[in-house]
Design a protein around this ligand. Structure first.
Ligand code: NAD
Length: 443
């Protein structure tokens, strides 16, 4: 099938590559000319495991093209996906300016029946607004062209995006148009072979499903962080509690890890946007507000532990950070807990030596060159001249470190383990003080 995708970010590029891999002809459009030029040269603008070979192979085979030109791309696609960003607006609502700009662009060029598929995460009612934006442009051109707008939210996880896209848990198709649903069923048939994954529903339910999924996941994290905060006040170990509750299949072991709070481009903005949607509809969302408040405080957790350990005297100290990305297997730094930690350390007069397997360039892009940040090219290099070590992202490479080497390198051997990667007894036996999240009495 012929597919056009607006936006070559985490969602658009991965979707385009996976659809091309299944034999479709995909054209990806982006307004960012430098991104398009890099993709044309076979360079990935983002780090996502397994993405590069699929993009290169399909680009070389002529199945996947990149362009900044909207008109020929719109002429190409029977299905046109919108996969552009929906960042938070000042009031927490989703900023739809990019989505609606794409809708207007489509309306300016559409000349035959097309299905416009919205993959961006957008508030309930956006399919109507996209439809109106396209219709207004068609009316201005005084042409009549049939089209459908479908809500097809994306559930891929950064760091696992290619695998998620090739083997989705579910494919939500939000539309009441039989014609549009049939086309999407055909497009997704290769991803739907061994069992039924497609759930068809109305647009509004599809739009809300995406927010509900992210809000539920964010709730699980904030819930466990709340339990961790109770655990450390009452002398319990949240890691044992986690295993104890996870054994109940109604709860399960997934996604109940306490830590330094959730980040990334999705959970923070989507929880806020859902809160906004609820308020606009006349409902006060108590749970969502609490999920966000707990997360906001949790992002200060490591800093507070570090500050307390050094009795507030952080001026001139050097803290080593292992992990900068908001989670492992990505270079994404959006809303990453490491950012809050580094910014608070700098405010307190401390220096940071940091190592992340992928997010170094992104960190440099955000913070530039500054004397109180050294981006190191190895985990142990980050310890040189450092007083203490903080674990911020749970990359696999940090799971079994050489504790003797850590002890020897740190002037004040202490680990602040923001991801509960280590057994406190093992660390302490190695002669290193240990602080985790919710592990026994630290308050
Ligand atoms: P992103 O910021 O990585 O990429 C968005 C891309 O859209 C950018 O390359 C930008 O240049 C491009 N763009 C903006 N305006 C454009 C226009 N008019 N025409 C063409 N391209 C344009 O965003 P992302 O992380 O891929 O997220 C996209 C959407 O998908 C968001 O709504 C997000 O909430 C949602 N989503 C993201 C994830 C994720 O893990 N990142 C998962 C599921 C859903």
């Amino acid at each position: 099938m012929k597919v056009t995708i607006f936006g070559t970010g985490y969602v658009g590029l991965v979707t385009g590559a996976c659809l091309a891999e299944m034999g479709n002809h995909v054209v990806c459009v982006d307004v960012d000319a430098s991104k398009v030029a890099r993709l044309e040269r076979g360079e990935m603008p983002i780090y996502e495991p397994g993405l590069e070979p699929i993009v290169r192979r399909n680009h070389a085979a002529g199945q996947l093209a990149f362009t900044t030109e909207a008109a020929p791309a719109i002429a190409h696609g029977q299905l046109i996906f919108i996969a552009v960003g929906t960042p938070p607006d000042e009031d927490g609502s989703a900023d739809l300016r990019y989505v609606l700009e794409v809708a207007r662009t489509i309306g300016r060029h559409l000349d035959r029946y097309t299905v416009v598929v919205n993959k961006s995460t957008v508030p309930v009612g956006t399919a109507d607004r996209v439809r109106q934006a396209i219709a207004a442009e068609l009316a201005a051109r005084e042409v009549q062209v049939e089209f459908d707008v479908v809500s097809n939210p994306e559930f891929l996880k950064e760091g696992d995006a290619v695998a998620d896209c090739l083997r989705p848990d579910r494919i939500i198709i939000g539309s009441t148009s039989t014609r549009a649903v049939e086309l999407l069923r055909k497009l997704y048939a290769p991803f739907n072979r061994n069992h039924e994954r497609i759930v068809v529903m109305d647009e509004r339910s599809a739009e809300l499903t995406k927010y509900a999924a992210n809000a539920m996941l964010a709730t699980k994290i904030s819930f466990m962080n709340e339990i961790a905060n109770i655990a450390e006040r009452v002398g319990a170990d949240v890691e044992l509690v986690r295993q104890g509750i996870g054994a109940d299949p109604r709860i399960g072991y997934h996604f109940i890890y306490p830590g330094v709070g959730y980040g990334g481009s999705c959970f923070p903005k989507d929880v806020q946007a859902l809160e906004r949607t609820a308020r606009d509809a006349g409902y006060q969302p108590r749970l969502l507000a609490a999920v966000e408040a707990v997360n906001c405080d949790q992002k200060d957790k490591l800093f507070e532990l570090i500050e307390r350990h050094f009795a507030g005297a952080l001026q001139g100290r050097t803290i080593a950070l292992w992990g900068l990305a908001f989670k492992p297997n990505t270079d994404d730094m959006r809303e990453a807990p490491s950012r809050r930690l580094m910014e608070r350390l700098w405010q307190a007069g401390a220096r940071v030596r940091a190592y992340d397997p992928q997010a170094r360039e992104e960190t440099r892009r955000i913070y530039g060159d500054r004397p109180d940040l050294v981006l190191c090219d190895g985990a142990y290099a980050a310890l040189d001249g450092a007083d203490a070590l903080a674990i911020v992202t749970e990359w696999k490479a940090f799971r079994s470190p050489d504790f003797a080497r850590i002890r020897a390198a740190l002037s004040n051997p202490v680990i602040f383990d923001g991801r509960n990667l280590y057994d406190p007894a093992t660390v302490e036996e190695a002669g290193i003080a240990y602080y985790g999240i919710g592990r026994g009495r630290t308050l």
